[in-house]
Design a protein around this ligand. Structure first.
Ligand code: 5RP
Length: 259
């Protein structure tokens, strides 16, 4: 006799110790339950950060469920960085490289700030390049976060440490100067805390991160284009016109969406 294994019900989950963790889990589980089509989706993008941990966990629960196992075991998950690759593996899911799976059916990722039009600032964890690669390679891009990520007004009002910009190392001083002089950034700092917590952060693509503060951003699309056109810039943390739906959880487990 084999006991049947069922997907844990969201309403019956044990309360987690930290309120923020409840909020993140609520958003992530709902986002997976409402958007993942186990019968149709085959290539799944898993983003980076602490909220996406619960996305991978939930998909891992589908894999254990007797009803869904045969379908979910055929999934291939692509990652946005090393942490996300680990999440895929830890939850028993199959990992595939984006070079082999350049078209993704659905991707889930967190954000540092979200405006009412679903434009995002991302890159707090320095994974913005691969996050943008995956989020622009997917048919459905779903954002998961706690409610504290919502813009007060415009993008840049809440995430005040600046727009993350990934740069080729040898060009960092030039880009820093251009951001200040040509694009009127208020401050631009080279992100520190890399290897042994000393020196610049080095990304998964062996680049550096500049954090550029612009205050409230009136037109994220135009600012993204302007930054992107500077020599030495690999990618920006402005994600514009790309997300399909955002799930925001609060500590009581309530979830609301921005579409
Ligand atoms: C990493 C990111 C993350 O998705 C973002 O920082 C959100 O992380 P968290 O879910 O831990 O708040 O963009 O580069």
């Amino acid at each position: 006799f084999m006991a049947s294994i069922k997907l844990p019900k969201i309403s019956e989950l044990p309360v987690l110790g930290h309120p923020l963790e409840n909020a993140k889990r609520a958003a992530a589980y709902r986002a997976v339950d409402e958007n993942l089509d186990v019968y149709k989706h085959r290539v799944i993008g898993i983003g980076s950060g602490s909220t996406v941990v619960y996305v991978a966990q939930r998909i891992g629960q589908y894999l254990k469920d007797d009803e869904y196992r045969d379908y979910v075991s055929k999934f291939t998950c692509v990652a946005t960085g090393y942490q996300s690759k680990q999440l895929i593996i830890e939850n028993g899911l199959s990992y595939g490289i984006i070079e082999q799976y350049p078209y993704v059916d659905i991707a889930f990722d967190g954000a540092d700030e979200i405006d009412p039009n679903l434009n995002l600032i991302k890159g707090g964890g320095a994974c913005l390049f691969q996050e943008k690669l995956v989020s622009t390679s997917t048919k459905l891009f779903i954002v998961v976060a706690d409610t504290s990520k919502k813009s007060y007004t415009k993008l840049g009002s809440r995430w005040t440490q600046g727009v993350p910009v990934e740069v080729v190392p040898v060009a960092f001083a030039r880009v820093q100067h251009d951001l200040l002089k040509l694009l009127n950034a208020r401050t631009v700092t080279l992100r520190q805390g890399g290897k042994s917590k000393m020196g610049p952060v080095v990304t998964d693509n062996m680049n550096f991160i500049l954090d550029a503060c612009f205050g409230d951003i009136d037109d994220p699309g135009t600012l993204h284009q302007k930054i992107k056109s500077l020599v030495g810039v690999v990618e920006t943390g402005l994600f514009v016109d790309n997300a399909y739906k955002c799930y925001l959880g609060d500590s009581d487990g309530e979830v609301h969406t921005i579409v």
